[in-house]
Design a protein around this ligand. Structure first.
Ligand SMILES: *Cc1c(COP(=O)(O)O)cnc(C)c1O
Length: 398
């Protein structure tokens, strides 16, 4: 068996240095547990960043993937396969119906589809100037050029100029700033209901309702990026349900495949009809293997009532974290939570010590830790993780 130092040497010598990796290499997982190359056990309270919502090596998903791999892995999207239309119907149902889907291989590609669709819809209906997209400061939408341009983190833009034109940003939560930004050139607003990468910051209900109203008044599309928040994680199937609004376009990925790379862009049928054959495409997207995995994932998420699990275990985790003296605040919803450690804290070093102690989490800001365990996490595992956090943070300066 290859050793950890051998893996690090290979990675250093041959992989592009873009990740800033934690000092561990995982080889196996089961449920909430991960095992590293030395056989050591960890509790996974990050889920590959809200991806493995059903836990690692879920038997129903593994069986579906193995069976499909022996049946039909891939055919071109020039032909129908027997799974993609069923997955589209399932997701459209979950999203309330009346829409159309396009499948992708990642979250960024789902947002690329949404942006291209908004441009086509805007320019077809309102003329050539109508292609701008307003995003939120602190928002994250991916690493491709267009989704980077939509991402509201100017420091990430600097090295990659020029970015595609037509993107600007307003303060998250500021309805007045948004209203002022919606001139006749804006085709769409893109927003997360909880900014995940931005620090687990939730938009409030009145703001999201006001945003919906502003978009309606100006005939601007509302694109909600549910890539991190969707499919039960926040305690409802989608984050926008907390505000009781309906988006025009929704993007999904992460939990949809429980680790199989698949994303989706959903749009109201009238909006989706702006796309015609040849306007968009992808070789792998929605191929039989990924679609079969996603169908198994959706069936299982529904069977276990994933939103209910997120609410129950989320409340337990939030309470346990709040009881730790070094934790000054807990934010987020369901099982997408951040523990704020206060202005003097060093979340990066705290997170490194959590990993040392056998808990996988992430320093989502310089002073906050993010927790996003599988929605299948048990009561005992939540208690075990909270005890590790309490231990590691004991003696931490506030
Ligand atoms: C992870 C994420 C993306 C990007 O998804 P990739 O699969 O990494 O391209 C986009 N938006 C949000 C909100 C995300 O959390």
């Amino acid at each position: 068996m290859i050793t950890y130092p051998e893996l690090v040497a290979l990675d250093d010598a041959h992989h592009m240095s873009v990740f800033g990796r934690a000092p561990v290499a995982f080889v196996r997982g089961s449920g909430t547990e991960l095992f590293d190359v030395n056989g050591r056990r960890y509790l996974d309270f990050l889920s590959g960043l809200a991806v493995t919502s059903l836990g690692h090596s879920h038997p129903a998903v593994a069986d579906a993937i193995a069976d499909q791999a022996r049946t039909l892995l891939h055919v071109s999207n020039l032909f129908l396969n027997d799974l993609q239309p069923r997955l589209a119907a399932q997701l459209d149902g979950l999203l309330g119906g009346g829409g159309r889907l396009f499948f992708t291989n990642s979250g960024a590609e789902a947002n690329e589809c949404a942006i291209k669709l908004a441009r086509k819809w805007g320019q077809t209906n309102f003329g050539p100037e109508r292609f701008h997209v307003v995003g939120m400061l602190g928002g994250f939408h991916g690493r491709t050029l267009a989704t980077l341009a939509a991402t509201g983190k100017p420091q990430l833009h600097e090295a990659f100029q020029p970015l595609p034109a037509g993107f600007r940003h307003v303060a998250y939560g500021d309805l007045g700033a948004l209203d002022a930004a919606l001139d006749g050139r804006v085709a769409a607003v893109i927003i997360e209901t909880i900014q995940g990468e931005g620090g687990v910051v939730a938009a409030d209900r009145d703001y999201l309702r006001g945003l919906r109203r502003c978009c309606d008044e100006r005939e601007v599309l509302l694109i909600i990026d549910e890539i991190q928040t969707g499919l039960g994680r926040t305690g409802t199937w989608f984050g926008f349900e907390h505000a009781g609004i309906r988006p025009d376009v929704v993007t999904l990925a992460k939990a949809l495949g429980n680790g199989m790379p698949i994303g989706a862009c959903w749009a109201r049928a009238e909006v989706a009809s702006a796309f015609h054959p040849g306007d968009h495409g992808s070789t792998y997207a929605g191929q039989p293997l990924a679609a079969r995995a996603a169908l198994a994932v959706l069936a299982e998420l529904e069977r276990i009532d994933a939103p209910h699990r997120a609410r129950t275990r989320g409340a337990q985790l939030a309470d346990a974290l709040l009881a730790i003296p070094a934790v000054v605040d807990v934010r987020g919803r369901g099982l997408l939570l951040a523990a704020e450690l206060g202005p003097a804290a060093d979340a990066k070093s705290a997170n490194a010590r959590l990993l040392d102690a056998g808990l996988v989490a992430n320093a989502v800001t310089p002073t906050a830790l993010r927790f996003a365990p599988p929605l299948t996490v048990s009561e005992g595992e939540v208690a075990e993780a909270a005890a590790i956090v309490a231990d590691v943070l004991a003696g931490e300066d506030r």
